[in-house]
Write a protein that binds this ligand. Structure first.
Ligand code: MG
Length: 160
């Protein structure tokens, strides 16, 4: 029974499209997130927080963006793989807190759907997954709508 914590951060570029994939939810928008996988920036931050807590490196080591197997990958499946590795190593997820940093659109209408999807994949109650959002106040790459960033923190516990 040892408490472990980890942090995660990610950012992805916005390009012309019709929805943003955030926390496994497609949010209607006139842009999409660009990346090797589905570019789900929120889920990537959560994955890195989990890997950090587990002492298992980072998302790039586990799912290299040079590997064609992960082209267009569903990040929820990557998260599922990571949770499986954590459980196999004798640990379990306690909670996850995260913040999406984007100028527009509003995250609030989709917040509960994101919590539900992430919690389902993490194998924990929805109440243990918190999703927050903030804008860039018009400043920097977020404020100019060039990209979206996400931060996450995860707590794990060892089974014994
Ligand atoms: Mg990423």
């Amino acid at each position: 029974m040892t408490a472990l914590v980890g942090i995660g951060y990610d950012s992805h570029r916005l390009v012309d499209g019709n929805s943003l994939r955030l926390g496994g939810v497609d949010v209607p928008h006139d842009k999409r997130l660009d990346g090797h996988s589905d570019a789900d920036v929120l889920t990537h931050a959560v994955i890195d927080a989990l890997l950090g807590a587990a002492g298992m490196g980072d998302i790039g080591q586990h799912f290299p963006d040079t590997d064609p197997r992960f082209a267009g990958a569903d990040s929820m499946q990557l998260l599922d793989t990571v949770v499986g590795e954590i459980v196999a190593a004798g640990m379990h997820v306690v909670n996850v807190d995260c913040t999406v940093v984007l100028q527009t659109p509003k995250v609030a209408p989709h917040r509960e759907a994101m919590r539900a999807r992430l919690a389902g994949c993490l194998g924990i109650p929805q109440e243990r997954v918190n999703v927050k959002a903030t804008t860039g106040e018009g400043m920097g790459f977020v404020g100019r709508c060039e990209g979206v960033a996400a931060l996450a923190i995860a707590a794990l516990d060892t089974d014994t």
